[in-house]
Design a protein around this ligand. Sequence first.
Ligand SMILES: Nc1nc2c(ncn2[C@@H]2O[C@H](COP(=O)(O)OP(=O)(O)OP(=O)(O)O)[C@@H](O)[C@H]2O)c(=O)[nH]1
Ligand SMILES: [Mg+2]
Length: 304
Amino acid sequence: MGILDIFRKGLEKTRGFVSDGFSKIAAKMGRFDEDMLEDLETLLVQADVGVGATLSIMDAIRENIKNTGDASRESVLRTLSEQMLSILGEKKTLKIEENNLNIILMVGVNGTGKTTTAGKLCLRYKAQGKKVLLAAADTFRAAAIEQLEIWGERTKTAVISHEEGSDPAAVCFDAIHAAIARKTDVLIIDTAGRLHNKQNLMDELSKISRIIEREAPSALCQALLIIDATTGQNAVIQSEVFSKAVKLTGVGITKLDGNAKGGVAISVAYSAHCPILLAGLGEGAEDLMDFDPEAFVASLLPES
Ligand SMILES: Nc1nc2c(ncn2[C@@H]2O[C@H](COP(=O)(O)OP(=O)(O)OP(=O)(O)O)[C@@H](O)[C@H]2O)c(=O)[nH]1
Ligand SMILES: [Mg+2]
């Protein structure tokens, strides 16, 4: 299956909603009038594209109609696609430096898919022949440590863990030194999504970041914010909150397969100040893709 087919299949629900919705609106008349443009605006907001991004897209569509006089389905679809691509920006991927320790820190609120994405990434790098190590820095719940250990068994990867309730920064300290001693290529650190309160969580993440900087100054450290596509506009707020505690490298959007609200990727790209790097398109170990703006947009919109 090609990348486009994988995105189309994963985004089936959002595709059904946006693509069919667009075709239904366009079918009313040969060319778009103001009522139809308003229906399109509502459709985008309902698909969680977000109010800011939707207004910017609709402004460009109206402007184009005004300038060219062309309000045909094809013309509106072309501007819509161009605007979505312009908001999403160029394709960017997680970088892995050869002959260096790469540290990937997974952050995000509870249940977004941090541990699952850590496992999927582990599988990806193992398949590329890299030496990988997992660190269970979510010490808040025993089940979280066990969940990462299951991924460790599944992917035949060592997991550095301490007891439930221990200091996550100490787990990171040990994991970094184990990674250096074992000449690990990629160390993936799973963190908690929930602590006693939000400030605790942010303080803990800041502390983990400081430990990484201090103990592995020459490593390439990337912090990945994991966002659940089904949580809608909350996702956008999360990116603001987490970016205050950790210097985020990029975003991974999970559960794009979960409902018809996959448009949230556009909302996040519009508001967050870091690129979307990964797309979670299912629960399986292989359901992780580098986020591909072109495949994403082509998956949402009808073929012209
Ligand atoms: N459909 C779908 N489900 C996913 C995806 N990614 C993760 N999940 C599911 O989401 C649920 C939560 O995932 P976890 O990886 O445990 O989330 P977490 O962020 O580690 O959660 P906490 O440890 O509680 O903070 C699990 O049931 C996963 O199987 C995805 O891309 N698609
Ligand atoms: Mg977890």
